[in-house]
Design a protein. Structure first.
Length: 170
């Protein structure tokens, strides 16, 4: 079975986010200006960038809860109550993520570039990009998953064929 067959929706979002960050231009060495940071924060809001990261805090809490439940299933009631309270208590920490994303934008683009990008996303076509992007990304990920599955099958078949030529039967 291909690795891509086990990719879930949340993982797809993480893959997209990682790919976007990995392909970002090198970070400039100087600190971004206050104006650039302000524009970058607007860009984060307008683009809905934080929706990629919204599952992080609840996900971390849920993973910790599941880890502790494996150790003692009798803790379920208490852990559910604790997890619920922690989701509330930790929700404001998402501001840290938002600020860091804005800093990354401001470190990779000049203030003028950020203003141009922001203007684009506020334009009708920019709004359409933001509206349609989730469907495009989802369809792209599904295509890539199917494509990788077919490629995986092809690679395995060719490897088996080559191994058979060398006297190995799998």
């Amino acid at each position: 079975m291909s690795v891509f067959r086990s990719v879930k929706h949340g993982s797809r979002v993480a893959v997209v986010a990682a790919a976007l960050l990995a392909t970002a231009p090198a970070v400039r060495s100087e600190q971004p200006s206050a104006a650039a940071l302000a524009t970058a924060k607007q860009l984060v809001v307008v683009t809905g960038t934080m929706s990629l990261f919204n599952p992080l805090i609840p996900g971390v809490i849920e993973q910790a809860k599941l880890l502790l439940l494996q150790q003692d299933p009798g803790l379920a009631k208490d852990l559910n109550e604790i997890a619920s309270q922690m989701r509330t208590d930790l929700a404001p920490r998402s501001v840290e993520l938002s600020n860091e994303v804005a800093t990354l934008y401001a470190s990779n683009f000049t203030d003028d570039e950020l203003k141009t990008i922001l203007a684009f996303y506020q334009s009708p076509v920019g709004k359409k990009v933001l509206d349609r992007q989730p469907q495009v990304v989802d369809s792209s990920m599904k295509f890539a998953q199917n494509w990788a599955n077919k490629l995986s099958d092809e690679v395995i078949a060719k490897m088996r064929e080559e191994l058979k030529k060398r006297g190995h039967n799998l």
